[in-house]
Design a protein around this ligand. Structure first.
Ligand code: ADP
Ligand code: NI
Length: 214
């Protein structure tokens, strides 16, 4: 492994020291490995993919009191200190700025393949068994209800229904997680997401079965 990648790993581990379980170093490690796996199936710049995967959550404004500019500057300064070429730095920063779920649907063909790969990897880590675990971890942290029988969520809810069901952890599956497989950019990403999606459906079936003891 190159020195730059090794140093980036150390930098990210240090920055994420004490981060909550959903966005800790292990999330980054999974996204990095998934990104490498997908990158093997695409024609792309592997260094850009790896650096962006490793740095993608450092720039998240939620870690910097909402200051995205500061967050990006930290990553830029780090990459400069590693003598990474300006051209590569700009590509990496563009990716970490544009990767979030909020940009769903707006991914036109012109977006760089390197962004599409890391975005797929980040979304894949939000679904499947890991997705279930992260979601309940988040809900527990917020002290949200796991589920509420009177306000059971479903796909394609009306605004009114949505308002009522909003707030339970199970609702998060319908609000976000079950939508992710259709947002995959790459063929390999779609393949991995499909299997994890099926697992979440199985999980939800079993959850309702166990909830509704008869
Ligand atoms: P990301 O950083 O992956 O774009 P978020 O910061 O929104 O996503 O969420 C981090 C983790 O917490 C993800 O696994 C996500 O599914 C989960 N999460 C986010 N919002 C909720 C919620 N309202 N209820 C339960 N889990 C949530
Ligand atoms: Ni992430």
């Amino acid at each position: 492994m190159s020195d730059i990648i090794n140093n980036t790993i150390d930098f990210v581990k240090d920055k994420l020291n004490g981060a909550e379980a959903g966005h800790d170093w292990f999330h980054i490690e999974r996204v990095w490995k998934l990104s490498k796996k997908i990158a093997k199936t695409e024609n792309c710049q592997h260094e850009v993919v790896e650096l962006a995967a490793l740095l993608h959550d450092i720039a998240d404004p939620k870690f910097h009191n909402g200051d995205e500019t500061l967050a990006l500057k930290i990553s830029r300064d780090f990459l400069k200190s590693q003598n990474v070429e300006e051209e590569i730095i700009n590509q990496v920063l563009f990716i970490i700025q544009n990767i979030s779920f909020k940009n769903r649907g707006e991914a036109p063909e012109i977006l760089p393949i390197e962004l599409k790969i890391v975005q797929d990897a980040d979304r894949i880590d939000a679904i499947g068994a890991i997705g279930v675990a992260r979601t309940f971890n988040f809900g527990g942290f917020k002290n949200n209800l796991m589920y509420h029988t009177d306000i059971a969520p479903k796909l394609n809810m009306s605004k009114e229904e949505y308002k009522k069901s909003n707030g339970t952890t199970i609702n998060h599956f319908y609000e976000k997680l079950l939508l992710l497989k259709d947002l995959m950019n790459t063929k390999e990403g779609k393949k991995i997401a499909e299997e994890r999606h099926q697992f979440m459906l199985t999980f939800l079936d079993q959850f309702y079965k166990e909830w509704n003891v008869d």
